[in-house]
Design a protein around this ligand. Sequence first.
Ligand code: ADP
Ligand code: MG
Length: 708
Amino acid sequence: MINGKESVTELFGCMTFNRKAMAKHLSKAVYQKLLDVTVHGEKLDDEIADEVAHGMKEWALTLGATHFCHWFQPQRGVTAEKHDAFLAFDEQGQAIERFSGRQLIQSEPDASSFPSGGMRSTFEARGYTAWDPTSPAFIIKTGDTSTLVVPSVYLSWTGEVLDMKTPLLRALRAVSERAYRVLKLFGNRTAKHVQVSLGPEQEYFLVAKEFYNRRPDLIYCGRTLFGAASAKQQQMEDHYFGSINPKVLSFMSDLDAALFERGIPAKTRHNEVAPNQFELAPIFEEANLAVDHNLQVMEIMRRVADEHGFALLLHEKPFAGINGSGKHVNLSLMDSDGRNLFEPGAAPKKNIQFLVFLAAALAGVEKFGALLRASVADAGNDHRLGANEAPPAIMSVYLGAYLDRLLNEIEKGSFAKPESAEAMSRDLMKSLPSIVLDNSDRNRTSPIAFTGNKFEFRAVGSSQSIAEPVTAFCLVLAFGLDRLIERLEKFEGKVADITPKAFGVVRDFVVETKRVRFEGNGYSAEWHREAARRGLPNARNTPEALGVFTQKDVVGLYERYKILTKAELEAKHEIKLEAYLKLKEIELRQLREFALTFVAPALARHITLFGGAAERLEGVSKDGSKVLKARLAESGGLMEGLYKSAALAEEVLVRSADCGGFEARAKLLASDGVAALEAMREACDRTEEVVDQSLWPLPRYREMLFLL
Ligand code: ADP
Ligand code: MG
């Protein structure tokens, strides 16, 4: 028995308004219409809304729901919800449960305090949420409380986009339509549509709650702002794929069960590289659903961890000196016949089609690599991108030796003839195992790796909503596809006639996009020099990276595909800068408080203790006393370091308050602010290494990282 059900299959999706629930609670006609909307993306007929809402409510009541809410994704990476009771009164004044079509379709959260980047002035602060019928409604159950949750988009009354889901849905459509056009160009008659498939691997840390509760930096900043390294960290490499701690396994089992209830296809669970670091990967799904599911995964993980006495850390770098966490976002295109368009197939016809898709991806990344970088930029991910366990901030594509060689051949023109297309196809098949092999190791250093039949975007941060990076990736692909389509559409005739010409087009793109392909070690200093020589952008921190959202080319891209307007992009830029600078200011204040009110007092007590001991030793052991006095002098230096660096932080905060716009402030914090944080951290870490352990007021790395 799992969660009261006989089997996983019975459990799976039981908390979602899935087909089974729809069939039970809707009339046949309405059920069919709703399927057309959810599966085929047809427009929702207002007339059926009342019946759908009623059926949904009846279903939710069977699961104990008393309230419903629209669940949406404001532009700050987490979800928002506002609950309403089903409670209403009938004409006789009797209390009844009611959920109307109108309530299902639309809701008005009091939205004045969601970030909007100045898009809404306070007097017109109202936005509304609208049901996204393509993502099934579900029940959130916490303790005895159950709520019916309706996935929604979030817009302002004047139509501006205020969320992350709307642009995502638009970008998914843009790339799907273009991919479908390519299929048709190559004579596909059976596919009805193309969808983006997505499988995000989620990394995370667990920490015992008793430690977490005593580390304000974990509570307020999501990461340790300081902490001396533990003697043992990850150097033994004994955690990765190691046997799972029984307490953690029990958490993972409950987590999986909770995910299955929501219809979230959790597939793998294992230990990651760092101590107390783990990973969960789902089976891939349609992208919009996968994004909603990943947001739920993060939420459910936090709740289940809490029930097991753990705190969940999703921050990209919770502990210095050991691996951080990311989210490898696996992405591909699938047609309605179930074919993966990034699969290097068997027949030559499909191979050229595969190469067209590959070339499109390269063309997109070549032109808009900086946008991909910006799409994953935030304060947390700054610790990770470019650090030695994460992909660099330079966006390059890793294809693996086989495909790389293949493209080099194409560049030389060897595949320009149709006969060699046959040969290439045979070759591709033979060498497929080597594509997989190739990707097993070296490509960990690449932010965008082609892994056999999909792209893996690895620069995404573990705490981020993947809506933004997936939107950017899809746009980049759509752009690349459009460029190829433009050329391919000029050819007329049968597929057999088009194929050789298409090879010529692919060849042009292979030549043109060469600079974004990189097979070597992305961590190396040579690559950084080489990338600079190739003119590849390399934004080192968030404020630097975010600038591209308002650059002409990027604005043009978002406008061309009707994703966001210039004003909406400017708002996005502001929102992200503001989030960055606020977090950095919180970190500065928090660490300053630590330095002055935890660390310095502990050091003072330590000095008193050792000072007394040095005096006692004076007449007994000159040498012993000398040793202690030398230590005392060192402690004096540490004290000076603590106060100096805290003053530095104070000074940066004052300057930040004075320096005007968000961009200037964010830049100041990224340079001088980060320097002050580092200086304070060094003083605190060194103090932790010398102070009497019994005087140390905070949990240490060796406790937080190893004890659960
Ligand atoms: P890895 O070697 O990275 O563990 P896996 O094959 O196990 O590779 O896949 C990792 C993730 O990629 C999983 O979440 C999986 O569902 C996803 N994935 C696999 N195939 C596709 C695809 N065609 N489209 C999108 N995601 C995919
Ligand atoms: Mg992977």
